[in-house]
Design a protein around this ligand. Structure first.
Ligand SMILES: Nc1ncnc2c1ncn2[C@@H]1O[C@H](COP(=O)(O)OP(=O)(O)OP(=O)(O)O)[C@@H](O)[C@H]1O
Length: 324
C-alpha cells in the first residue's frame, strides 16, 4: 500500500461567475522511501494539490471530490482537530520561502522544540535536546550554539535546513516539499537536495516534491507526474520520462530545458488556458504541434503506455510510432 495516495482529487476555487475546477481528477501515489516529482508550468495546480492534501486551502478554495489517503485513512473526512495533528505530525511540509514557516520573534531552537513539544508531548528539556540534535542532523554547524540564534541570523540555505528540521521533528511518514530549493543559489540547492535524499533514505520517507525545474526533478525523483491546466497529463519513472516522453506537452517542456539533449532550446508557443476558458478535449491542443480534430472532440483519459507510464493523449499510439 502506498503511504500517500491521492485519488481523483478535485479542487474548486471561488470565482466571480461561480466555482472553477482548478485541480481536475488528479491521482498520485507515493511509497515509503520514494520521491514523486510533480512538475508543470506556473498555474498548473501543483501547489493547490499539495495544499489540498494538507487541507490548507483557505476560504476561497475547497476539495469537491476525491480522496486523500494517508496510510489508508481518508484525510478529506477527518475533523479539523485530528487534521492539525496530521500537519507537522505524520506529514511534514517544506515550502519555497523558509521565512513563511519561521517566526522572526523566536530563536530557531525554540521553534523546532515547540513543534516537537506540541506533537510528541515531550518535556521542555527533552524537546530542546531533540531540537538541537535535529539541527545538527540537517547540517547546522555548532547546532547547540546556533539554536539560540534568530532566523535572520541565518542564510537562506541554513533557514531552509531549519525548516526541514522542523518538518522532520515528529518523524513524519510523508514530506511535502513545494519548490524547496527555488529561492536558493545553485550550490546551496544541490546541498539541500542531497540532504533531502539522505533523510528520505534514512527514514523511508515518502517524498512529494513539487518543482517547475526538470534539472531538480532529475536529481531527486524516482517517478514524475506532469501537470497541465489542472490535470496530470503524463506520469512515468523519471528516466523513462526523460528518455521517451509520450505527451507532446512533456516533450515540449523538456525541449525548453537549457542544456537538454533532446534538441535545440525551444519555447512552447501560446499560453496556458485560463480555467474559465478551457478548450474542449485536450487542454494542450491549442499549443500542440500534433493537434487533429480528434484531439478536441471530447475529454481525454490517461492511457497506459507501459506499466508505470501513462499519458493523456488521443494520438498516443500514433505518435509513438512516429520518431520525433
Ligand atoms: N485560493 C485561491 N483562490 C482562487 N484561485 C486560486 C487560489 N489558489 C490558486 N488559485 C489559482 O489556481 C490555479 C493553480 O494554482 P497553483 O498555485 O496550484 O499552481 P502551481 O502549479 O503551483 O503554480 P506555481 O508554480 O506558480 O506555484 C492558478 O490559476 C491560480 O491562480
Amino acid at each position: 500500500m502506498s503511504v500517500l495516495e491521492v485519488r481523483d482529487l478535485v479542487v474548486e476555487v471561488a470565482a466571480a461567475d461561480g466555482p472553477l475546477v482548478v485541480v481536475d481528477g488528479v491521482s498520485l501515489s507515493v511509497d515509503a522511501g520514494e520521491t514523486l516529482g510533480l512538475v508543470g508550468e506556473s498555474g498548473s495546480g501543483k501547489t493547490l494539490t499539495a495544499l489540498a492534501v494538507m487541507r490548507l486551502l483557505g476560504s476561497s478554495a475547497r476539495i469537491s471530490g476525491g480522496q486523500v489517503l494517508l496510510e489508508g485513512v481518508d484525510l478529506t473526512k477527518l475533523d479539523e482537530r485530528r487534521m492539525r495533528g496530521v500537519r507537522g505530525g505524520r506529514i511534514g511540509m517544506v515550502f519555497q520561502e523558509p521565512m513563511t514557516a519561521l517566526d522572526p520573534a523566536y530563536t530557531v531552537g525554540e521553534q523546532v522544540a515547540e513543534t516537537v513539544r506540541r506533537h510528541l508531548k515531550l518535556s521542555r528539556k527533552d524537546a530542546w535536546a531533540r531540537a538541537v540534535a535535529l539541527l545538527d542532523r540537517v547540517g547546522i554547524p555548532s547546532a547547540e550554539r546556533r539554536a539560540r540564534d534568530y532566523p535572520h541570523h541565518f542564510s537562506g540555505g541554513m533557514r531552509q535546513r531549519v525548516v526541514i528540521a522542523m518538518a522532520l521533528s515528529c518523524e513524519p511518514v510523508v514530506l511535502l516539499a513545494d519548490e524547496p530549493t527555488t529561492a536558493l543559489d545553485v550550490t546551496v540547492q544541490e546541498q539541500i537536495l542531497t540532504l533531502l535524499a539522505e533523510l528520505r533514505d534514512e527514514s523511508g520517507l515518502a517524498l512529494l516534491f513539487i518543482s517547475h525545474d526538470f534539472g531538480v526533478i532529475a536529481d531527486i525523483c524516482d517517478r514524475v507526474a506532469v501537470m497541465y491546466a489542472g490535470q496530470v497529463v503524463e506520469t512515468a519513472p523519471v528516466r523513462e520520462l526523460f528518455a521517451t516522453p509520450r505527451h507532446p506537452y512533456t516533450d515540449a517542456l523538456l525541449r525548453c530545458v537549457p542544456g537538454a539533449e533532446v534538441g535545440r532550446l525551444a519555447t512552447i508557443p501560446g499560453t496556458v488556458p485560463g480555467f474559465d476558458a478551457l478548450p474542449p478535449g485536450c487542454r494542450f491542443a491549442p499549443r500542440c504541434a500534433h493537434t487533429t480534430p480528434s484531439c478536441v472532440a471530447g475529454p481525454v483519459a490517461l492511457e497506459v503506455v507501459d506499466q508505470a507510464h501513462q499519458a493523456r493523449c488521443v494520438r498516443l499510439a500514433e505518435l509513438m510510432e512516429t520518431p520525433s
